[in-house]
Design a protein around this ligand. Structure first.
Ligand code: NDP
Ligand code: 2IT
Length: 453
């Protein structure tokens, strides 16, 4: 079996050179799946994992647009249509200067398993661009989104591929993208999720990823007869996922003490209150400013700028019980994981996608802490996107209570399935194995049913 993993990984690396994040995401899954391959040789014979690793389709395209000074820019657009075995491709769009093929393939690959775990009929996809929305005017973002959709529209559709938001793509961008799609197709459909509430969006979709991550942490804690009340939490990021993680932590009586952005982090030992969270939301969603302003506004809060010379992130080096990494991939390395464990953190719940590198994950698993991997813990966002699709298809709207209850039940079910699967394969408490195996089995069985696809 060792040979199986190393041969497969050698092939993945040779076929997809330089896509380091994609290699990392595949490696983690392949290691969990050795347990399944041992017991079910039919998957190996059918090369179903090899097929899942290969995207069904990769679309790359030119996005030319003009800034406010009339200068022309050329960005690259992508959509990875990874797997449609259990439903239309579904997954977000990321606009960030670091976006490249390997990053979007890792995200699309993770999305396939995550979406399978949600219990809803959604395949996996991801897309985006190396466009940087920071510092751009609304008019520039509008022009970019319109140019991006001028190509993307021909590849998506409510029964084909349904994009949503991710880093750098929030309510504003979804609006501009949807508006252009509608002009081009002359159709008002549920082709995107995360839409505005007056034009087909679902209540609780903005909150869903953060709320879901906190619900997942509560479920993990329940296995130890504990809850979040009174616990201190380290949270990274200050965007969509972090904001609603913090809100739900406050509601459940926990004390979030950090937030960050790409320039540095804030430590507020008094705790981030609802009032301070409103400031962060206005700062990040409306004024689009820098997180250092938090320390100018609130006495006692300390801002630490990013120091590229450090081999670790000092945000993870504070006393706490819980950590909710909610910014980006590989934001917790081996040293950060060691710092978290040393500081008493025993709940790590991943709001972001693949925020912990493989060394870090292995340390958490060895320490037997409550570690909720992204594909399970942050699935509440895409699950609520699935609920938005269902409401659009039925042309109805559910209430906040109804959507929140469904989200809560989905997170509870994901937790149960991951826990049960980990146990069944002989690694109780290992939610990484649980999520990877349960997600894989669902997609693999669907692919086997559908012939050689
Ligand atoms: P946002 O764009 O709303 O916020 C991202 C936050 O992370 C910002 O504070 C940003 O800082 C920071 N950040 C982004 N990239 C980096 C980087 N390279 N280094 C340091 N900080 C960085 O995105 P979301 O909150 O939507 O997404 C956060 C994470 O959650 C991502 O991993 C995403 O894939 C994942 N996720 C999102 C879901 C969703 O529904 N939105 C669902 C499931 C997972 P700055 O403001 O300086 O740019
Ligand atoms: O990573 C993710 O799950 C998302 N960015 C949300 C995708 C979606 O389709 O709602």
């Amino acid at each position: 079996m060792e040979n199986y993993v190393s041969n497969l990984m050698a092939e993945v690396k040779a076929k997809n050179p330089n896509e380091v994040e994609f290699h990392q995401a595949v490696q983690e899954v392949v290691e969990s799946l050795t347990l399944v391959m041992d017991r079910n040789p039919r998957y190996r014979k059918a090369k179903v994992l090899e097929r899942i690793i290969e995207p069904e389709r990769v679309i790359m395209f030119r996005v030319p647009w003009q800034d406010d000074n009339g200068e022309i820019h050329v960005n690259r657009g992508f959509r990875i249509q990874m797997n449609s075995a259990i439903g239309p491709y579904k997954g977000g769009l990321r606009f960030h200067p670091t976006v490249n093929l390997g990053i979007l393939k890792f995200l699309a690959f993770e999305q396939v398993f995550k979406n399978a775990l949600t219990t809803l009929p959604m395949g996996g996809g991801k897309g985006g661009s190396d466009f940087d929305p920071h510092g751009k005017s609304d008019a520039e973002v509008t022009r970019f989104c319109q140019a991006f959709m001028c190509e993307l529209f021909r590849h998506i559709g409510p029964d084909t591929d349904v994009p949503a938001g991710d880093i750098g793509v929030g309510a504003r961008e979804i609006g501009f993208l949807f508006g252009m799609y509608k002009r081009l197709k002359n159709e008002f459909t549920g082709v995107m999720t995360g839409k505005g509430l007056t034009w087909g969006g679902s209540v609780i979709r903005p909150e869903a990823t953060g709320y879901g991550a906190v619900y997942f942490a509560e479920e993990m804690l329940k296995t130890r007869k504990e809850d979040l009340k009174g616990k201190t939490a380290l949270v990274s990021g200050s965007g969509n996922v972090s904001q609603y993680t913090i809100e739900k932590l406050i509601t459940l009586g926990a004390k979030p003490i950090t937030v960050s952005d790409s320039t540095g982090y804030i430590l507020d030992e008094e705790g981030i209150s609802r009032e301070k969270l409103s400031f962060v939301m206005d700062l990040k969603n409306v004024r689009r400013g820098r997180i250092s302003e938090y320390a100018d506004k609130f006495k006692g809060a300390v801002f630490t700028p990013v120091n590229p010379k450090l081999d670790h992130n000092p945000l993870w080096d504070h006393k706490a019980e819980c950590a909710f990494p909610s910014a980006t991939q590989n934001e917790i390395n081996g040293k950060d994981a060691a710092n978290l464990l040393k500081n008493g953190v025993y709940v790590v719940c991943e709001g972001a996608n693949m925020p912990t590198n493989i060394d870090g994950v292995n340390q958490f698993l060895d320490a037997k802490i409550l570690f909720g991997p992204g594909k399970a813990a942050n699935a509440g966002g895409v699950a609520t996107s699935g609920l938005e699709m269902a409401q659009n298809s039925m042309r109805i709207r559910w209430t906040r209570e109804e959507v929140d209850a469904r989200l809560f039940n989905i997170m509870k079910t994901i937790h149960e399935v991951c826990a049960r699967t980990a146990e069944k394969y002989g690694t109780p408490g290992n939610y990484v194995n649980g999520a990877n195996i349960a997600g894989f089995v669902k997609v693999a069985d669907a692919m086997m049913d559908q012939g050689l696809v």
